[in-house]
Design a protein around this ligand. Structure first.
Ligand code: OXD
Ligand code: MN
Length: 590
């Protein structure tokens, strides 16, 4: 008798009509076989799925080039289909589940003809953690199968753990015909199902990531009393050897990966990495917040990553052994057969193919690697991996950091007055858009807690849920805000960022222990310069002043936009946040 997984796979095969079905076990041998197939047999758009890179300088590394129309998340084609539109909220696209399924069936029927369907059993989180989520995804691309083995804990043990139950999350994925007209990423939270057709791009195709660990999980967290957040998790070790754990939310392509493995510019400080994208956060028996990373790999933005900005990541990328390292839409140095992207080296190599495989001409003024080109690499290779990464309980959190990309208005760092004020400030957070999602880059949009594209239910209720979490915590952690991206009037960054960001983390941790001084402003508490470590920092006094200023006279538009954003959520918006808004408005308008 077939069990629930087998029955579901059979049902999907009937609809998608693959040539054959391959049940993956997550082994190293299998990954090699799938890469071989991707190099020699399997094609996307008539081209090989993988190209082997220089195995001496980049062991076990491969290049993948996606379809040129499929290089980023497509938020306009992403739907969350609760039976109630109101529960889905204005922050998500919605379709009634039955109608959505009919639409999906049409574009799914026969979509795997002539292709292999890979069945991927995996778990999000440590399988021995009470919070682990067991999942099965099917896909028709070896790139997705190999990527999922890097990004999740994939093994046939998962099938044993699911056994005869139907308690598993389902992911149906096919690249379809890659036409944007037939591309849809649909979530059915009430059935623990994600159904994604027409894209091979990470956030649309590696379903364990945004679709399951954020959109479905955030809704589960809402129902069950925990949080699934777009956050890194790091341990910060001070010169005495004490480690404090922090979580930090920043929108896509705003430096989360660099922050999660920062090399400290301050002697004696060290960062330990636990996650670079997603944190599941719960209240522990001790009344504190505990966080764990459900993923097992990094899917990071390549451009901007170098030995100067993130040496640990370059070492991690070159440490491919048990797990391969994949590069997607980077450039290729044809003299050395090595991957390349802007800023990897100071000078451009002489002979490059661009991200689409065409000979690169610098005079064209185009980027050689796609701005959202990515690497996929196992966290187990990370040279700064925390010994607690795999701890089933997670780690206790001392502070929460929220941040955005703002050229003006917001200071380098500030602390909220209390939990509710922190939730309010997080709710009105704005950020300039990046290449991680399709659409215009550099446009300011509200992106509360960096969760706008990932919150799997009504965001008004999400704010209410955060407020509720604060009430059940004995001693809620402080909430801080960072902005690494403040510019001067000439458009130059005021803060050097990267390794120097440790100074901000040091102040934050000292504030959680009531050791550092702060000055009150209308929006929160900014560092008193006496308490901010500037030893060895080459930023002028006047720039330090600017980077901590809040431009009080320029807040009119900000308030207006935040108010309009809050209004969208009608009576789902908690009254506490309206009250906080009124207080801030009064202060700023004097
Ligand atoms: C990501 C994203 O890929 O946020 O992590 O887009
Ligand atoms: Mn992300």
């Amino acid at each position: 008798m077939a069990n629930a997984v087998e029955k579901w796979v059979e049902e999907v095969a009937k609809l998608t009509e693959p040539r054959d079905i391959y049940w993956c076990n997550g082994s190293e041998k299998e990954a090699r076989l799938l890469i071989e197939r991707g190099i020699k047999e399997e094609k996307i758009n008539g081209k090989p799925v993988f190209y082997e890179l220089n195995q001496k300088s980049w062991p076990n590394a491969y290049l993948h080039r996606s379809h040129p129309s499929d290089v980023a998340r497509t938020e306009n084609l992403t739907f969350v289909c609760h039976s109630s539109k109101e529960l889905t909220g204005p922050n998500n696209n919605w379709m009634a589940p039955d109608e959505a399924k009919e639409a999906m069936k049409k574009i799914t029927r026969g979509c795997m003809r002539g292709r292999t369907m890979y069945v991927l059993p995996f778990v999000m989180g440590n399988p021995d953690s009470p919070f682990a989520k067991f999942c099965v995804q099917v896909t028709d691309v070896s790139y997705v199968a190999v990527s999922m083995r890097i990004m999740t804990r994939m093994s046939s043990d998962v099938l044993k753990r699911i056994d005869n139950s139907d308690n598993f999350i389902k992911g149906l994925h096919s690249i379809g015909d890659l036409s944007p007209e037939r591309r849809l990423i649909m979530h059915f939270p009430e059935e623990s199902l994600v159904w994604s057709i027409g894209s091979g791009y990470g956030g649309n195709a590696l379903l364990g990531k945004k679709c399951i660990s954020l959109r479905l999980a955030s809704y589960l967290g809402f129902r069950e009393g925990w949080l699934a957040e777009h956050m890194i998790i790091i341990g910060v070790e001070d010169p005495k050897g004490n480690v404090d754990y922090l979580v930090a939310a920043l929108p896509s392509a705003c430096g989360k990966t660099n922050l999660s493995m920062l090399r400290s510019a301050l002697p004696g400080y060290k960062i330990w990495t636990l996650g670079d994208d997603i944190a599941w956060i719960r209240v522990g028996d001790d009344g504190r917040l505990w966080a764990s990373n459900p993923e097992a790999g990094f899917f990071g933005v390549a451009p901007g990553t170098s030995y100067n900005t993130n040496p640990c990541m370059i070492d991690t990328l070159k440490a491919g052994t048990f797990y391969p390292t994949l590069f997607t839409n980077t450039a290729l140095n044809t003299d050395t057969n090595e991957p390349w992207w802007e800023s990897l080296t100071k000078d451009y190599p002489a002979n490059l193919l661009d991200w689409q495989g065409n000979k690169f001409d610098r005079a064209s003024g185009q980027k050689c690697a796609h701005p959202n080109s990515r690497f996929t690499v196992s966290i187990n290779q990370c040279t700064t991996l925390s010994k607690d990464f795999d701890n089933p309980q997670g780690v206790p959190i001392s502070g929460i950091i929220l941040g955005g990309r703002r050229s003006n208005l917001l200071p380098l760092v500030y602390e909220s007055f209390d939990w509710d004020h922190g939730v309010f400030s997080g709710a009105m957070m704005g950020s300039e858009t990046t290449a991680a999602a399709q659409g215009k880059v550099g446009v300011l949009r509200r992106d509360p807690m960096a969760m706008l594209p990932f919150c799997g239910y009504n965001m008004g209720d999400y704010f209410g849920h955060w407020l509720k979490m604060g009430k059940i915590l004995k001693n809620p952690p402080k909430i801080f805000f960072v902005n690494w991206f403040r510019k001067d009037d000439a458009g130059k960054f005021l803060w050097p960022g990267f390794g120097e960001n440790i100074r901000v983390l040091k102040w934050i941790i000292e504030r959680t222990k009531n050791k550092a001084l702060a000055k009150e402003t209308h929006i929160g508490l900014v560092p008193d310069l006496k308490s901010f470590d500037r030893e060895g920092l080459s930023v002028s006094d006047s720039n330090m002043k600017k980077v901590f200023s809040i431009d009080e006279d320029k807040w009119d538009t900000e308030l207006k936009e935040a108010e309009e954003f809050f209004e969208k959520f009608g009576n789902h918006m908690p009254k506490e946040l309206h009250e906080e808004f009124d207080i801030l408005e009064k202060k700023l308008k004097g």
